[in-house]
Design a protein around this ligand. Structure first.
Ligand code: DGY
Length: 418
């Protein structure tokens, strides 16, 4: 009888395409940015070299301006839309034209500390430089308000693709020029678990705007049709800046350390722009209209991971967690039950993603909320024992949803909840 540890390692090996890992065969047949970061934490439990290699292969596709793309198309695969010819970024290897949540620096710090935190560690030093460049890209292109928060220009950048947070902004997207295309995702998994056709048309329209600008991120940031401050990425970049600062200090890169201290302080102050007093949570907010989503999502709780919030704000977040803990069988749902368009099976409108749960639990443990951290960890363990290594899970029934044999879920078992 193979153990769950055996099965998790086996998933990572089978999803390995030679130095990088696909999130899952079929549905996501290329390398994805934040998936690879979490996958490295899984490999780190049994193959140190392979863990570093996962990140190095992602970073090898970094753009000259510093952006680390959200997908790297190392090999051809016709089973995915939108493929490299649709993005048309002109890169080798081909990549998408947008980025994804910046969790890399945090993972690099973890891997490095696991190996004794030697400041001369060559692989850490090379990745430190790449992360610094990528963070500067965010600071240059994605901070339109100058308050240290992160603007996204496509909902796919958030990694929480189909969250209801983006609905109002997507409603305004003009799809008249989209033309016809063939979706591939619904050929791999049940359409009830995926975005609707109406939503997909909007995703494609935003992509087409970027492509028509020649992927000029200055133009996209100034005029793009979708511009939101994402609470998730804002929290993750703040955390990643703290982790990168620790590396800068260890290396003795004083100039970068000063710069990063400034960025951390700016974001700590700036986060209040996302606080929604009515709902008692940090919420994503539209740059164009100023509207707050007013939704409590799993990303709202990344405030603990980022180390922000007044005592009163944190108490209100814990109240929300308490409510969610009462209404769900399992924590931590991606959207609070009862919110508009909540659906326990549909992509990012209810299901649980263990990578977000992991970051939230880490933050809670660090901020003196060990009981909540343990509840989230124990629920995550139960989900895998009940259903296996799915992409996501219903908070109501614990059933798996989305893709199966999912790399980052296997990684979270090995590195965290198993
Ligand atoms: C997809 O194709 O749904 C991916 O999540 C985009 O990154």
């Amino acid at each position: 009888e193979p153990t769950l540890d055996d099965l998790a390692r086996d998933i990572l090996r089978r999803n390995d395409r030679g130095g990088y890992t696909v999130p899952t065969g079929g549905l996501y047949p290329f390398q994805w940015n934040w998936d690879s970061a979490f996958v490295a934490l899984g490999f780190a439990e049994f193959d140190r070299n392979r863990a570093w290699q996962e990140i190095e292969s992602l970073v090898s596709a970094q753009w000259e301006d510093g952006m680390i793309p959200h997908i790297v198309f190392h090999q051809h695969d016709a089973g995915y839309f939108p493929g490299p010819e649709v993005w048309n970024t002109g890169r080798t290897p081909p990549t998408s034209g947008i980025t994804q949540p910046p969790v890399l620096a945090s993972v690099v710090r973890q891997l490095w500390e696991q190996e004794g935190a030697d400041p001369s560690h060559p692989r850490m030093r090379a990745l430190y430089a790449a992360c610094l460049k990528s963070h500067r890209w965010f600071h240059t292109y994605r901070d339109p308000l100058g308050n240290g928060l992160v603007m996204v220009t496509h909902n796919w950048e958030t990694g929480r693709d189909n969250s209801s947070e983006w609905d109002h902004a997507l409603d305004r997207i003009d799809t008249s020029g989209v033309g016809s295309y063939q979706r591939r995702d619904t050929g791999h998994v049940d359409a009830a678990m995926r975005p609707t056709q109406r939503e997909y048309d909007r995703y494609v329209a935003i992509l087409q705007f970027g492509r028509s600008s020649g992927w000029d991120h200055r133009v996209i940031a100034d005029q793009g049709p979708f511009r939101m401050i994402d609470v998730g990425m804002s929290m993750m970049l703040l955390r990643a800046n703290r982790d990168l600062l620790a590396l800068a200090e260890a290396i003795g890169d004083e100039a970068a350390a000063d710069e990063l201290r400034g960025r951390v302080a700016l974001s700590e102050q700036g986060m209040d722009w996302l606080w929604n007093e009515e709902v008692g949570a940090f919420c994503s907010r539209d740059v164009i209209t100023g509207e707050s989503s007013g939704l409590v999502t799993n990303a709202s709780f990344l405030a603990f991971y980022a180390g922000v919030g007044t005592p009163a704000q944190r108490q209100r977040l814990l109240d929300a967690l308490e409510r969610m803990g009462r209404s769900a069988q399992y924590l931590l749902p991606s959207l609070e039950a009862g919110s508009r368009d909540y659906d326990h099976r549909r992509y990012w409108r209810g299901p649980i993603w263990l990578v977000v749960s992991y970051m939230v639990a880490r933050g809670l443990a660090e901020q003196g909320q060990a009981d909540w951290a343990e509840r989230i960890r124990a629920d995550s363990t139960r989900l895998i024992i009940r259903s296996g290594f799915y992409e996501s899970f219903s908070p109501e029934t614990g059933e798996g949803s989305g893709g199966g044999d999912f790399s980052w879920t296997a990684a979270m078992w090995l590195a965290w909840c198993g």
